[in-house]
Design a protein around this ligand. Structure first.
Ligand SMILES: *Cc1c(COP(=O)(O)O)cnc(C)c1O
Length: 440
């Protein structure tokens, strides 16, 4: 593939849009990879801090960070050292055995979540697996509710999920994921998972009210699952009043509130967990929190925290498991990530840089931008017309990685240690995105 050297980076220097080395690799990629992701934009080689370089030597300022995963940037020396030392020590042992990093990590997560005495952690390897575990725990919980025993004339308990919610691609997590385009082809999925309109208190009340005896009555609600900021839907906060009302309804009906913090957790929104932000949650306490993406700074890791001893005790030997669960290499990566976030005050940095980013975008004067939203470093800019993919491609060619999260919105989720200068640099590129890009 030939390349035209027409694009320029933020400094105005020419940038190869896709060089010959990258193009050759992408040709091979498509020969051996199932086409579930489309053609990757570039082939990346290495990173440092907020910057990443492709195999053609082009440099990018990364405001996506592996989709909110690289929380402490690329190749942070403390993280690299922790992973290297753990790899040299022991990388995997199976759950017939335990290791110090996984034990210390579980305790740390319970502490950071402010979960009560007796709370327990289950580790998996991804966000979907965290939610699978939460759905299974909710199913066990549902069986304990009055009226949920089919052998005694009861009806199976239900799980309520929200419109536009995203919880993962495995079959259980997909059953709670709203987007018809990614769900419909795999139906029937897990039964008794229902959707209600997000942020609509009356719709949720109505769903709870359907519990009852008789032909048309449904089983009790075991759980409501939600993201406090719907990330994949375009970085859309549900609203603190709604979350508070949902908590109250769950309490009234004995249902669990599952907060999916896969994208919002680990400092991303300017607090360790989004539910700890009054302006996102109204100050509620969840029953289950799931986590993944940013937790191990680029290493695959996920899981769930069950609040309280009674709920935690519903999982017994054989209820659930995974060969890699609590893997010491992943746990060491997560401990290092948390130590860096803590030691470098990155939760506060996420809050400050997020304000700087949103204010800077709002003031940059680009007529393509309608509004900006988000918390901490999980942000999106709403575009005046649906050209997000073209805008993302333009930014990429000018040395900035952002993400077309919706046809008319760009998502930004840089590392939590992004600097003020890097935020200004990103704003300068965003300000220059042509306002007359064609619709995607
Ligand atoms: C990314 C995401 C998931 C799925 O995580 P995977 O690691 O891709 O399985 C689940 N929930 C939310 C809110 C997410 O953003």
């Amino acid at each position: 593939m030939s390349t035209e050297n027409t694009a320029h980076n933020a400094a105005g220097e020419p940038l190869e849009t896709l060089g010959e080395t990258g193009a050759a690799w992408l040709g091979e990629y498509s020969q051996v990879h199932m086409n579930v992701f489309g053609t990757p934009l570039r082939v990346m080689d290495h990173g440092q801090g907020t910057r990443v370089w492709d195999v053609d030597g082009n440099e990018y300022l990364d405001f996506l960070a592996g989709i909110a995963v690289n929380s402490v940037g690329y190749a942070h020396p403390t993280w690299v050292q922790a992973v290297a030392e753990q790899a040299a020590k022991v990388a995997h042992v199976s759950n017939y055995f335990a290791t110090e990093p996984q034990i210390r990590l579980a305790a740390r997560l319970v502490e950071l979540a402010g979960a009560p005495e007796g709370s327990h952690v289950y580790f998996g390897n991804s966000g979907a697996e965290g939610n699978e575990a939460a759905i299974k725990l909710a199913k066990l919980y549902g069986r304990t509710l009055p009226g949920a025993t089919p052998s005694m004339g009861g009806k199976p308990a239900r799980i309520i999920a929200l419109s536009h919610g995203f919880h993962g691609r495995t079959l259980g997590a997909l059953s709670a994921t709203w987007k018809p385009a990614i769900r419909k082809a795999f139906e029937p999925l897990v039964p008794n998972i229902e959707f209600v309109e997000a942020s609509d208190v009356a719709a949720l009340r109505e769903a709870f009210a359907q519990t009852g005896p008789g032909r048309y009555g449904k089983g009790p609600v075991a759980a409501v699952i939600m993201e406090l900021i719907q990330g994949e839907a375009g970085v859309r906060p549900l609203g603190a009043d709604y979350v508070k009302a949902a908590r109250a309804m769950c309490d009234e009906h004995g249902a669990l509130l599952i907060i999916d913090e896969v994208q919002t957790g680990m400092g991303r929104t300017g607090s360790w967990f989004a539910f700890q932000r009054e302006d996102l949650s109204g100050g509620i306490t969840p029953d289950i929190v799931t986590f993944a993406k940013g937790v191990a700074g680029g290493f695959p890791m996920g899981g769930m925290i069950a609040f309280g001893a009674k709920l935690s005790a519903l999982f017994t030997p054989g209820s659930h498991g995974s060969t890699f669960a609590g893997n010491p290499l992943a746990a060491a990566a997560a401990l290092a990530t948390i130590d860096i976030i803590d030691g470098e005050n990155l939760v506060a940095n996420a809050e400050a840089r997020g304000i700087q980013l949103r204010d800077g975008i709002a003031a940059c004067g680009n007529p393509l931008f309608d509004s900006v939203r988000g918390r901490g470093l999980l942000d999106a800019v709403q575009l005046t017309h649906p050209c997000a993919h073209a805008a993302m491609a333009w930014a990429l060619e000018h040395g900035l990685i952002v993400n077309a999260v919706a046809p008319d919105a760009l998502r930004m989720a840089p590392p939590l240690n992004v600097t003020a200068e890097e935020v200004d640099e990103a704003i300068a590129v965003l300000a220059r995105i042509p306002a007359d890009l064609p619709n995607d």
